[in-house]
Structures are given as C-alpha cells and as structure tokens.
Design a binder for this molecule. Structure first.
Ligand code: SF4
Length: 470
C-alpha cells in the first residue's frame, strides 16, 4: 500500500495520512493549548515522583528484563497462563487477528442472550474495533471510563493512551454532557466536581442493570492465571465485579511470569502514566470465585500482529510496552499535533513504532517519520524501549518497502506487455517515449532516473528490421 492508505484503528481500518493530518492539527490553536496543558501537568508530576524514587534506574532495568524474559519464552508462559486460568474456572480463547477476536467476543455476548455490555477502558478492544463490531451485531457497548464516555457521547476518537479525551477542555465536556446525556442536570456547570457527579449518576444506572462486561488487562500473570486492571476512577472495578459475565481481551505480550513481578510494574506504571505513587484501583481476578463476582469468565488472547513484531530483532522491544503514555507526554511532535493525526489506535512515539510493527510497515509507511528523533521518549520509558533506534530501523524498512512496491509495479507492467504479441508490438512502438523520460521524468520515475542512466532506445526494433528486410 502507498502512503496515506489504511492502517488499523479503533474503528477498523482508518486513514493514516500523517503529514496532512499534522498540518491541520498544528493550525488548531485550541487543540494545541489543550494538549500542551494536559501533557505538561502529567510530565511535571511524573518527573517529581521519579526524582524521589532512588532506585528508578534499577526498576527500569528490572522492568525491561522481566518483559524480555516473557518475550523470549512467550510460548511457554502463554501455555502456563492458559493452564492456570482454566484450572481456576476461566475459559481461554485464542484470536489470530482483530476480526477473530471481535467475532469471539460478539459470539460470547450473544450466547448470554443480552444486548448491552459495559466496557472498561482498554486499548486492545480499541485495536480490534470492538464497539463497532458489537454495534453491528445489535449489541450496545457502553464505555464507563469517564474520558471514553465523553468521546462516545460526542462521537469522537481517543487522542491519548491514558487520557483519551485530553484534547477536550471542561467547557467542551459540559456541552457534550448536555447534548448527549438525557439525565444531565439542565443547570450543569463546567466545575470538574459537577461534571464528575453527573457522569457518576449516569453510569451508576448502567452498572446496576448490565449483566455483561468487557475489559482488557494491564497484566496477565502466568503463574496464577490472573489478570490485573489498574485504573483511577473505580468504574473499571464496578464492571469487573457486578456483572454475571466478564470477557477480557488481552494482548499476548501482557504476560508477567510471576505474581512477584507486579512489585516492579506497580511502581513503574502509576508513576509513568498518571504521575501517582500508586493507582487508586488495582483489580485482580483469577478465574471464577463461587458466589463472588462474575461467574462466567472468558479471556481472549490476542495476537493481531504481535508474533510478527516478535520476529523483528530490533522492533520486538516495542512489545515490552506497558501503555503508560510517558513517551507521548514528552514528545515535541505529539505536543503539536495531538493524537488524531497519527490516524491509528496507538498515537505518539509508541504508536509510530507499534502500528507499523503490528500492521506491517507497508501499511503505515509515514508513521516512523513522525518524530524528531530527539530521544526524549527513550529517556522516560519505564521499560527502556529504545524508540529512536526502532524508528530509524522502520524508516529503512519503509523506504525498502516503497522501492519494492515500485519495482513490483514495473515488473507487473513488463509482464503484461510481454505476455501477448500485439501488446509487445505496441509497447515497442512506445519505446521512443523513453527519450522524453530521459529529458526530465515526472515523479515517481524521477526518483529512479536521478541517479541512473537510461540508455537511448535503438532507432528501430528487431521486429521492424525483420519486417523490412524479409
Ligand atoms: S513506549 Fe514506554 S513510555 Fe511509551 S507507552 Fe510504552 S512503556 Fe510507556
């Protein structure tokens, strides 16, 4: 595919014309103000907490080492996870790609006989376009994370991994609530407490009536078969505990070998993501506990390009990512363009490497160039992903893919021309046009002729000579 074509997004396949999108975004001064304010606040909070953690460097090293161990022994840990989750009453399903995962979840919801689900904020479910897939099957999926709910009400898309509505300010949110929420008080102000209270009352009704929930997971623990969701609002916990059925979509790279490993990640994640010492809510569950919480628990383990990324020697480190978004908050490109410009589920520096790795660089050739290579993302990454090095490698792959695409097109055209006598005769008649190309070829041919000599075609072809002389 050429630049500007399609890559995977929260709604399925979406355009990823970064240069064009970025040009529009930088002209939106309100958007830039909102993004700068929000990322600046989180950046400062994170920096303060990292400064007060004396063993931060060792924690980062440990985080990277644990994740590398997982990636090197992924098959074994996945089987261990499945064994332990199944032994504790969960049903484990495997999904090769987004469509299979969305179909599995849809079938599971249908089997319950219910037509609505409540959703915990989850990047994996966005990646597979789950809300749309459920909608198409006649199932209403209600986002319960406050920011996700704001986006759903306004038919908008997330622009940040941790703070998906970061491009919206309070006044805009008030308007969205008044327009989209039937039960919003008519005199609603843009005071954050008033907005949160209106959302709380709205969501409470959903929590009490809905019998099926869908979540992702921050970590999956091979040793116990358990999943962990970390969040700030408590809405996730309501979804994870109140319904009868819980379905979790989990990327296969989310594994940790042991329970003990959480010691490292529950220090790295909150400091890096929201600038807190710990997440207000860490919910952990392992299969089914009789009489307590959902009695039907399903886990959909999602590949969707991850094993392909794993095969990339340099790119595989992207699978260490714990989706903290610290790299977004320090990125000078993200700060000016916001997240929508990336046209994919994962924005910012991590998106610039993860999307091409998952979807194939030929489907997102512009994203590795959406960076100044300043290295700030590597500095803050809690699992030491060397994003600049991966970006450079992917740029190389993107250029190579584009070259192959042109070569393939050229050889396909030549094969067509040579596959029939009349076509070949016609092609030979067009040969003199090569002289025009020599004098100044239009793009993309100019890229080829800039550094290569194109020989003049002979004044007459062999066929013409043969016809003339025999
Ligand atoms: S790449 Fe690193 S900093 Fe960026 S989201 Fe992933 S873990 Fe966080």
């Amino acid at each position: 595919m050429s630049s500007g074509e399609l890559i995977w997004s929260e709604e399925g396949w979406a355009g990823a014309d970064f240069p064009q999108n970025a040009k529009q975004a930088v002209n939106d001064s309100q958007l830039r103000r909102n993004v700068r304010k929000a990322t600046g606040t989180i950046r400062e909070r994170r920096a303060g907490l990292v400064a007060e953690t004396p063993d931060w460097r060792q924690l980062r090293r440990a985080g990277a080492a644990i994740k590398d161990d997982v990636l090197h022994h992924l098959d074994g840990y996945l089987e261990e996870f499945e064994r332990n989750a199944t032994a504790r009453g969960a049903h484990v399903h495997w999904a090769r790609d987004a469509q299979e995962a969305a179909r599995t979840v849809t079938d599971l919801v249908r089997a319950t006989g219910h037509t609505e689900v409540i959703k915990v904020k989850s990047m994996a479910t966005q990646e597979i376009g789950l809300v749309k897939a459920l909608e198409q099957a006649g199932i209403a999926a209600h986002e319960t994370d406050l920011a996700e709910m704001i986006l759903q009400l306004s038919n908008d898309r997330p622009s940040h991994i941790v703070v998906p509505a970061l491009h919206r300010n309070r006044a805009e949110i008030r308007r969205i609530f008044l327009d989209g929420m039937d039960d919003a008080p008519k005199d609603l102000s843009d005071d954050p407490h008033a907005l949160a209270e209106a959302a709380r009352l709205h969501l409470r009704r959903l929590f009490l009536r809905t019998k099926v929930a869908v979540s992702g997971a921050n970590f999956a623990i091979a040793e116990t078969g358990g999943l962990l969701v970390a969040e700030s609002e408590g809405n996730g916990r309501m979804c994870l505990t109140l319904p009868d059925t819980l379905i979790s979509v989990v990327g296969i790279e989310k594994l940790l070998p042991t329970w003990r490993d959480l010691e490292v990640f529950l220090q790295l994640l909150p400091r890096s993501s929201t600038g807190e010492r710990m997440n207000p809510y860490n919910s952990v569950w392992s299969g089914v506990t009789p009489g307590d919480g959902p009695q039907s628990v399903h886990i959909v383990l999602l590949d969707n390009g991850r094993t392909k990324a794993l095969a990339d020697n340099i790119g595989r480190q992207a699978l260490r990512c714990i989706r903290c978004a610290a790299c977004l908050n320090v990125c000078p490109v993200y700060e000016r363009t916001g997240g929508h410009a990336y046209g994919a589920t994962y924005p910012g520096p991590i998106g610039a490497i993860l999307t091409p790795l998952l979807a194939g660089v030929e489907h997102a050739p512009q994203l590795p160039f959406a960076s100044s290579l300043c290295g700030a993302c590597y500095e803050v990454c809690p699992v030491e992903i060397d994003i600049p090095t991966v970006l450079v490698k992917l740029r190389h792959d993107a250029v190579k893919a584009e070259r192959h695409r042109l070569q393939d097109a050229t050889f396909a055209a030549a094969a067509q021309a040579m596959s029939g006598r009349r076509r070949w005769t016609l092609a030979l008649k067009l040969a003199p046009l090569v002289r025009l190309v020599r004098q100044g070829a239009p793009p993309p041919l100019s890229g080829w002729t800039r550094t290569r000599d194109l020989p003049d075609p002979p004044p007459e072809s062999f066929r013409e000579w043969w016809t003339k002389h025999r």
